[in-house]
Design a protein around this ligand. Structure first.
Ligand SMILES: NC(=O)C1=CN([C@@H]2O[C@H](COP(=O)(O)OP(=O)(O)OC[C@H]3O[C@@H](n4cnc5c(N)ncnc54)[C@H](O)[C@@H]3O)[C@@H](O)[C@H]2O)C=CC1
Ligand SMILES: O=C(CO)COP(=O)(O)O
Length: 310
């Protein structure tokens, strides 16, 4: 809908023929975005080749599905087509950042990343926001920004692909921590404290992997972190909130809404440890999700850490 509002003719690929029919005939996707009206310039298809034959490809699948989709797209993709990653996560098993997954799985693609504070439901209602698009070549990033821009969707561009993808992947894990704090009713001061210390972790991790500070402090880092650490609209925050209220780990059964942070926490912590980057909040989230400690133990552990300089 964002691209169509900006004037593009959009081909939407889906695997499910019934969903394709729903989009084309009823202009809806009731399961994923109830109430949304699919723009008339969007045509759905089950034919991946038809969707890939485009000037720009937006890849909006969960992070853990990116490799499979990029591999399927690769033989169909004209060389040099921008392949815009909209997922937020780190690949489990390999520990690869998502742009590196695309480089490996679709070497003919030009990887780009679109990220920033943007709840799908808000964007669908044409509520205004601003996000960041990154590509290694500034001209490519600028072109993507121009293609997607509309009066309610403002894009900033950058060449800092790593910075943008790290912000999105990391904020999801930290949003679970903020959700736990809110669900446990620890107060607004604690929410602000965990968000700020979470940002310190995101910044340390990003800096180690070459992200630019201004990217981490921008829309795709701090901007998205603030959004996801402050709203029950965030599925990651909502998961943490439920855990904070005392609900059990069966929430992680995979049947609920996608919470990318739950899938990224372990590999994020593994990468941070291997790199010598201190990320106590992310570690606490991973330990709670893994059932190693409970929410109250996590809070006690975080508060009892040795005092240090800010
Ligand atoms: N929903 C939101 O507000 C935002 C979501 N994102 C990111 O976008 C990514 C996707 O999230 P949502 O669209 O919200 O999730 P969703 O769960 O609503 O939809 C994911 C879609 O991907 C499809 N899918 C799953 N595995 C697939 C595969 N192997 N091949 C093809 N299709 C597959 C599913 O059938 C589903 O239609 C996530 O990484 C999320 O962090 C980013 C910004 C905002
Ligand atoms: O990334 C998002 C908003 O920018 C969506 O957040 P959740 O995946 O936590 O719902």
């Amino acid at each position: 809908n964002v691209a169509a509002r900006a004037g593009a003719a959009v081909t939407l690929w889906a695997r499910d023929a019934a969903l394709v029919a729903e989009v084309n005939e009823r202009r809806s996707n009731a399961k994923r975005l109830p109430g949304a009206v699919i723009h008339e310039r969007v045509a759905a298809t089950t034919d991946l080749a038809a969707a890939i034959a485009a000037d720009l490809v937006l890849v909006v699948v969960p992070a853990q599905a990116l490799r499979a989709v990029a591999q399927a797209a690769a033989p169909l993709l004209p060389a040099g087509t921008p392949f815009v990653i909209c997922a937020k996560g780190i690949e489990r098993g390999t520990g690869r950042f998502l742009s590196d997954v695309v480089v490996e799985a679709a070497p003919n693609a030009v990887p780009a990343v679109l990220s920033g504070p943007s709840f799908a439901a808000d964007i669908d209602k044409a509520l205004p926001t601003a996000v960041t698009v990154a590509a290694g070549d500034e001209e490519v990033a600028q072109r993507i920004a121009q293609t997607l821009a509309s009066p309610t969707f403002r894009l900033y561009h950058t060449t800092d692909v790593r910075g943008v993808e790290i912000g999105g992947a990391t904020k999801n894990v930290l949003a679970i921590a903020a959700g736990i704090v809110a669900g446990r009713k620890l107060g607004a001061s604690a929410t602000a404290a965990i968000t700020a210390r979470g940002f310190a972790e995101l910044s340390r991790f990003g800096a180690h992997f070459g992200a630019k500070p201004q990217t981490l402090m921008g829309l795709s880092g701090l901007g998205d972190l603030i959004l996801s650490c402050s709203s029950l609209q965030s599925r990651n925050f909502a998961l943490g909130h439920a855990l904070g209220e005392g609900k059990g780990l069966d929430l992680l059964s995979g049947k609920g809404a996608l919470a990318e942070g739950a899938l990224t926490a372990e590999i994020l912590v593994e990468k941070a440890k291997a790199a010598g980057v201190d990320m106590p909040i992310a570690e606490a989230v991973d330990a709670v999700l893994g059932g190693m400690i409970d929410v109250d133990q996590a809070i006690v552990q975080l508060m009892a850490r040795p005092q240090k300089a800010e």
